[in-house]
Design a protein around this ligand. Structure first.
Ligand code: ZN
Length: 429
């Protein structure tokens, strides 16, 4: 059942160990591995450090070779190579003997989660630190330690990638996801992993109706930089936007609506959730936390919504080492994959139709009226008649499905039947 889910999970696992941040080789390596999975070109852009983008500047590039805390006998107590979450993101280089008192100012742990290593960054303030579990903290009690962070923080660039699958229309369905977290699974390696498999799904279809753009950026600064470069194009072409994040666990579903709750993306997502009978927690834009912040800023105004499993900030493991490969699962991914492929299918098949026969057409003479009536055929005729009744050239198939309170996917083949019988015709696309 979870065939695709297993593949997405395995791919996510293969990316898990890479040390990612908002800049650096981990991002490039991740993009390189995504490129290997897909046929489409993953277009990589580098934006130089210090470039001004709206109110922000691109930070220096950060890369890490090694980082550890060792006792004076050379035993590594905390080791970045064992878990990259140990190192505070954007830590400056350090190599010195340090007293326990001073070291404690640079240690971070969570008192009520003894096994968890917190994920902490300091992108815009020069600092260094180690994130450890409470259990590890108990063993750090000698007077002096040797701390080494073999990292570079220098002029380089910020890297992002994007894939465009061109359709018949230049209007785009945009999926944006971020690639800046180190070994953390649900938030957010699950996002780029699912995105990769949605690209593969679209590659299997022949030329789609819409174009599909997948954006892989570091969160926040990446969205700012991306918009700075692509705002006009994005404004002109975006039909619908989704942030892909937190799509790998199997605990629940969550839906974060767009700013004004009324975009076509909201409409489609809501329909899929409701008609798949999925129970979900509803969040508004007031609960936002990802790149919809930038995409929907005043003056930018591109609506984005998110269908997630457990939402960032809402699960205990969030931003800790416990958001790992055990927290996500093939089943979790499968749920998200099924949901997002249904969303894509709706964009592809949500046309507007117009009836071609004045007054109610006679279905019997066209072979559309069943000779034997069963519950199934009665229902089908009812749906056919309702489809005809609402196909006035104004209501889209999705709107009709909502009026009829049936899943739009149950109307796809009925619509085809009516088109074949020349009772309705497509008036758009
Ligand atoms: Zn995060």
């Amino acid at each position: 059942m979870s065939k695709e889910g297993k593949k997405i999970y395995d791919f996510c696992s293969s990316l898990f160990g890479i040390n990612r941040s908002i800049t650096g080789d981990g991002v490039r390596q991740t993009l390189g591995l995504i490129q290997k999975q897909i046929q489409s070109n993953l277009d990589v852009t580098e934006i130089e450090s210090k470039t001004k983008c709206f109110d922000w500047h691109i930070p220096l590039e950060w890369n890490v070779k090694d980082a550890f805390i060792e006792d004076l006998s050379g035993n590594r107590i905390i080791d970045f190579k064992k878990n990259n979450v140990h190192l505070m993101g954007y830590s400056i280089p350090v190599d010195k003997k340090i007293s326990l008192t001073e070291l404690k100012n640079h240690l971070y742990s969570i008192s009520d989660m003894p096994n968890a290593i917190p994920y902490i960054t300091s992108y815009y303030q020069k600092n260094w630190g180690f994130c450890i579990s409470e259990n590890q903290r108990k063993n750090i009690n000698e007077d002096f330690y040797h701390v080494k962070i073999d990292a570079s923080l220098e002029k380089g660039s910020l890297t992002y990638g994007e894939v465009l699958i061109s359709g018949k229309s230049k209007k785009e369905i945009v999926f944006s996801t971020y690639i800046c977290h180190p070994s953390l699974a649900n938030d957010n390696l699950s996002g780029p992993s699912l995105a990769t498999f949605l690209i593969k799904y679209l590659e299997k279809a022949k030329k789609p109706k819409y174009s599909y753009r997948f954006i892989f950026i570091p969160e926040t600064i990446g969205a700012v930089a991306y918009l700075h470069k692509n705002l006009e194009l994005m404004r002109r072409r975006t039909k619908a936007g989704f942030i892909l994040t937190c799509v790998g666990d199997d605990l629940c579903y969550s839906f974060l609506e767009s700013k004004f709750k009324n975009s076509i993306a909201d409409q489609v997502a809501r329909h899929v959730l409701d008609k798949m009978n999925i129970e979900y927690k509803l969040y508004s834009f007031l609960d936002r936390g990802s790149d919809e912040r930038q995409y929907s800023s005043p003056g930018i105004d591109i609506p984005f919504c998110s269908v997630m499993r457990s939402k960032y900030g809402e699960f205990d493991e969030y931003h800790t080492s416990l958001d790992n490969l055990d927290f996500i699962s093939p089943t979790g991914f499968q749920g998200s994959f099924d949901l997002y492929t249904k969303i894509i299918d709706i964009f592809e098949k949500n046309n507007t139709y117009k009836n071609l026969v004045l007054c109610e057409p006679q279905l019997g003479k066209r072979g559309l009226y069943p000779q034997i009536s069963t519950k199934k055929t009665i229902n089908e005729v009812k749906n056919l008649k309702n489809l005809i009744a609402y196909s006035d050239g104004h209501n889209s198939l999705l709107e009709i499905a909502d009026i009829m309170n049936v899943p739009i996917w149950e109307l796809y083949s009925l619509t085809e039947k009516l088109v074949k019988a020349k009772l309705i015709e497509k008036v758009d696309g």
